[in-house]
Design a protein around this ligand. Structure first.
Ligand code: ADP
Ligand code: MG
Length: 305
């Protein structure tokens, strides 16, 4: 099957969002809404490295979009569209049908259009998605704004995806295969959160990026970590490793002043939030358990370790 038939059959659809020129020309064209900044990011999934080889094509399609929308959400931006660079070892039509169904399921859920891409042959299945979104000028929530005394919050539960990866077949594998980008929450935090990141490499490491960028430290209360009932049943120090070092959760971790947290509570949220700690002037990440300092060593995922 030729490249163009693949594109026509599996990836060309009429756009649901405002696109001036979509798939089919040399480039796509979109018209920026007035006084908005373009927020743009890209993430690559490599078979066997970013997902187990036996992952369903539908889940791979979903996840390749979801991880990018999560990065857009983590800036407080509204997602608009994606581009897809697909490298396939061979043309497997059943796989392509399921992959594109998963990709469009995620696009549809978050009102995003596929506006272009590239299709090539290569030895390894590799999926690169670029996502575009809009934010009111100057309003993006970066990693560098955390202030001493801010609460540290996370959405949903942490550690689920890592637990699912270790126990394939367990219901939590769904959280690994079908992460939910927190698109609505991200936009609600615009103007309220002082800093934000999405959790892809583990809470401790990703929070560490906020601390470094903001030149502050943090104290986390281990007993506050929002854990799935399955993780509450195992030994706490093992559960904390899943929660703090496990990647792929795609929850949002953000800092917020106590006053702005009150304002946030007055809004309708589509995911629960938990305050897990506080930003400190003293640099470094400290853990407490039931009021006492708890010595805990955590590692996040390192691509080149
Ligand atoms: P060019 O040769 O000019 O780079 P291509 O032949 O690669 O263009 O692609 C033709 C059109 O199809 C372009 O609009 C491109 O954005 C789109 N396209 C190619 N591959 C994909 C894909 N996997 N998903 C979505 N759009 C794609
Ligand atoms: Mg061209």
């Amino acid at each position: 099957m030729a490249e163009f038939s693949i594109i026509d059959r599996y990836f060309k659809r009429t756009s649901k969002v405002d696109v001036s020129l979509g798939i089919g020309d040399d480039s796509a064209i979109i018209t920026p809404p007035p006084s908005q900044q373009l927020v743009i990011c890209t993430d690559t999934l490599v078979a066997g490295r970013h997902f187990p080889l036996e992952t369903s094509a539908h889940a791979i399609g979903w996840k390749s979009v979801a991880v990018n929308l999560s990065d857009i959400a983590a800036m407080g931006a509204k997602p608009h569209s994606i581009l897809l660079a697909l490298s396939l070892p061979h043309v497997d039509e059943a796989w392509l049908a399921e992959f594109s169904r998963g990709l469009f399921d995620c696009c549809d859920q978050f009102n995003v259009s596929l506006i272009g891409g590239d299709t090539t042959q290569s030895t390894q299945l590799t999926i690169s998605v670029t996502a575009l979104g809009w934010i009111d000028h100057g309003q993006a929530v970066t990693r560098s704004g955390a202030q001493t005394g801010d609460y540290i919050c996370v959405s949903g539960q942490v550690g689920d995806a890592a637990y699912g990866l270790k126990h394939l077949g367990h219901p939590l594998q769904h959280r690994l295969d079908y992460p939910t980008p927190r698109c609505q929450l991200g936009q609600q935090l615009k103007g309220l959160a002082s800093s934000m990141i999405d959790i892809s490499d583990g809470l401790a490491q990703d929070l560490g990026h906020i601390l470094k960028a903001s030149k502050v430290g943090a104290k986390l209360q281990l007993e506050q970590l929002p854990l799935d009932p399955s993780l509450k049943q195992i030994e706490p120090r093992h559960a904390w490793q899943y929660a703090l070092a496990g990647g792929d959760d795609y929850e949002l971790c953000f800092t917020i002043s106590p006053q702005n947290y009150e304002k946030l509570q007055q809004q309708q949220l589509d995911v629960p939030l938990t305050i897990i700690g506080e930003i400190t002037q003293q640099s470094g990440l400290l853990f407490e358990y039931m009021g006492d300092i708890y010595p805990l060593h955590v590692h996040g995922y390192q691509h080149f370790a």
